[in-house]
Design a protein around this ligand. Structure first.
Ligand code: NAD
Ligand code: 3PG
Length: 615
């Protein structure tokens, strides 16, 4: 299956296969692993020549992707989908095709499924997300417009929404051209008249397209394809789109103009903007009044961008001489809709995307995106999560693991009851800021901090929202390094300010709990705890001991763990100076029994120690 390259959403990426010292040493006895990290060496600007091993994107396990890992996920399809897409879904999931569900039936079904695939007719409301009770992980919109999906509600519950933004572009553009020509030449009306036994050649004299001005309102994918085609018909094209690049328009010979200019000089106006709060009923009485008398309007975008009552008035008073509508505020429109039955209006029942080719395309596109998301991957067509290019996702994947581990680690150092308000994440990098997208890393730090202390399920979709809800302020800073920008990040520091720590050794000179990590040979390493440099792999769990540096302690702790059958995979000691305060960081596979913890605590020179669960 050619799934789009993507980033895990629901939890960690597995660490890449590694031949790092950590991995090699993983099964050696504790004593043999002990080594001392060099004393504190903050502020150094190391030349970074190592190359990150690109982490393969693994099949995922544990919470979130469980349905895929433990069995087949269930996908509910509520509108007709192209056969190839359905076939692909059925290869990897149980597919329930249930069309024309009432809102109540949809709410009843949605808690039983992992994914929902819809087109434009299914209203995926807040109530639907609430009814899903956390099971629904992805909504796939087999098409472009996502105005039928409550994105805010999806984001709040961490449900990814993906769409299929490109596969029906040409179909929609062709339909706009079909309506343009049909309207200008009264094709639908003449057809109905002839079938009714009449022969009305004089009544259905049309207007020519050549030399007429067509205003494209919304110069995106569909709008620009309509422009290309209309140029071929000899029309003069202007466009209005506040966000479209001038160069792109110029490249196909289209002038971008203001809204008022577009609507006031056009003979034909074709609508191609999305329905959003700012475009809702954009075409109202006031707008129609500014149009050239006798203008013709085509709407293949969304019914809601037009005030349909105002359009009807404009048709009746002759401001608009004809309209061709594929979309309506309410779909299907009321049977007695005056607009639909108006003699100067040509209508189709939302057929813009309905070609065999487009439907096969969107079905395949959405099936791939949904299956990828169920595997815990983030496709490039995610609507409510950062759009991060595949190559960036791949490059950042080891740092994603590191960011979450650091979050998980730092939160466990907080003394209960002190409350966390501010989190500072500092990225040290030689990269230009524009060349380092940290949104995913920030999300993973948040996930690492919040999940161990709450029942919240945090992913890249809802991380910022969950943090905000909890009053957690996240500040991101950059430390610029000289040196090679070949690797994206040298280190990530996570600071928690104004909190008490259950492990005083983790407090920096400023009184923050501070930890730092790096990616080494593709694996996450802890490199700093408070003021102490260490170097320990974060692939397992961690014990931190704070002691006065003296010979023999490493051996004592190691032998206690060995006796208690706790496998040590890495050990590192950081100290400020020989014989002074030191920290021992021990990577362990299992959680030590209480007895082992007591024995370690009883070692006289150990001042404090803490076990940190990192997986
Ligand atoms: N009838 C159908 O079956 C059908 C098929 C495909 C797409 N559509 C609809 O067509 C619309 C466009 O689709 P697309 O794929 O071209 O999307 P797109 O995102 O590529 O293009 C939309 C463009 O509208 C612009 N825009 C946003 N607000 C605007 C405003 N106030 N004024 C002018 N322009 C504005 C955007 O900058 C963007 O360039 C969507 O609403 C989509 O749902 C309908
Ligand atoms: O936004 C879209 O992609 C179109 O309006 C198509 O909608 P449909 O999938 O319901 O045909």
């Amino acid at each position: 299956m050619a799934l789009a390259l993507a980033m895990p959403l629901h939890h960690l990426l597995a660490a890449p296969p590694s031949t790092s010292p950590a991995a090699v040493a993983a099964h050696e006895p504790a004593g043999a692993l002990a080594h001392r990290a060099s004393p504190v060496r903050r502020g150094r600007l190391r030349l970074l020549s190592r190359r990150l091993s690109a982490a393969p994107l693994p099949a995922l396990s544990s919470q979130g992707a469980g349905a895929v890992a433990e069995g087949r996920p269930t996908v509910l399809v509520t509108e007709k989908l192209g056969a190839a897409g359905l076939e692909l879904l059925r290869k990897f999931a149980n597919v329930d095709c249930a069309y024309e569900l009432t809102a109540e039936e949809l709410r009843a079904k949605v808690s039983l499924v992992d994914a929902l695939v819809v087109r434009s007719a299914t209203r995926v409301t807040r109530e639907v997300f609430e009814a899903a009770r956390g099971r629904l992980r992805v909504v796939g919109r087999a098409g472009v417009g996502i105005d039928n999906v409550d994105l805010q509600a999806a984001t709040e519950v961490g449900c990814l929404v993906v769409n299929a933004p490109t596969a029906n572009t040409i179909a929609a553009a062709e339909h706009a051209i079909a309506l343009l020509a049909a309207m200008a030449r009264n094709v639908a009306q003449a057809d109905a008249s002839l079938k009714a036994g009449k022969w009305q050649r004089n009544k259905y004299v049309g207007v020519s397209l050549v030399g007429k001005t067509l205003a494209i309102m919304g110069f995106g994918k569909v709008g620009s394809e309509v422009a290309r085609r209309a140029k071929g018909l000899g029309m003069d094209i202007i466009a209005h789109d506040p966000y479209a690049p001038v160069d792109r328009a110029r490249a196909i010979g289209v002038d971008l103009v203001s809204f008022d200019e577009a609507i006031s000089i056009a003979d034909f106006i074709s609508l191609h903007m999305p329905l959003t709060p700012s475009t809702s009923k954009l075409f109202d009485d006031e707008t129609f009044a500014k149009m050239k008398k006798g203008v013709r309007i085509i709407n293949v975008a969304r019914g809601g961008v037009v005030d349909e009552d105002a359009l009807l008035r404009s048709l009746d008073n002759g401001t608009v001489s004809q309209a061709a509508l594929d979309v309506f505020t309410e779909e299907p429109p009321p049977k007695d809709s005056k607009l639909v039955h108006h003699e100067n209006v040509t209508v189709t029942p939302h057929l813009g995307a309905s070609t065999t080719e487009a439907q096969e395309g969107v079905a395949l596109e959405i099936a791939q995106a949904v299956l990828g998301a169920l595997k815990g991957e983030l496709a490039g067509t995610a609507v409510n999560a950062p759009m991060v290019p595949d190559e960036v996702l791949l490059e950042l994947s080891p740092y994603v693991v590191l960011a979450e581990k650091l979050g998980r680690l730092v939160v466990q150092l907080v003394a209960g009851g002190s409350g966390i308000k501010g989190v500072k994440v500092v990225y040290s990098s030689a990269r230009d800021p524009d060349d380092l997208d940290t949104r995913i890393l920030r999300a993973m730090v948040i996930k690492g901090i919040i999940e161990p202390i709450s029942s919240a399920f945090v992913n890249i979709v809802n991380a910022d929202y969950v943090a905000k809800q909890r009053g957690l302020r996240i500040i991101e800073e950059r430390t610029f390094l000289d040196g090679s920008a070949e690797i994206p990040i040298d280190s990530i520091q996570v600071h928690l300010a104004n909190v008490e720590s259950k492990f005083a050794g983790a407090l920096s000179d400023e009184g923050d709990i501070k930890v730092e990590g790096e990616v080494k040979d593709g694996a996450p390493h802890l490199t700093l705890v408070g003021p102490f440099s260490v170097d320990v792999s974060l692939e397992g769990n961690l014990i931190l001991c704070h002691q006065v540096d003296q010979p023999g302690i490493i051996g004592k702790v190691g032998s206690i763990l060995g006796k208690m059958n706790v496998n040590v995979n890495f050990m590192s000691v950081g100290r400020t100076a020989p014989g002074k305060q030191a920290i021992m960081a021990i990577g362990v596979d299992e959680e030590p029994e209480k007895e082992a913890a007591k024995l370690i605590g009883d070692i006289p020179s150990i001042e404090e120690f803490v076990f940190l669960k990192l997986r």
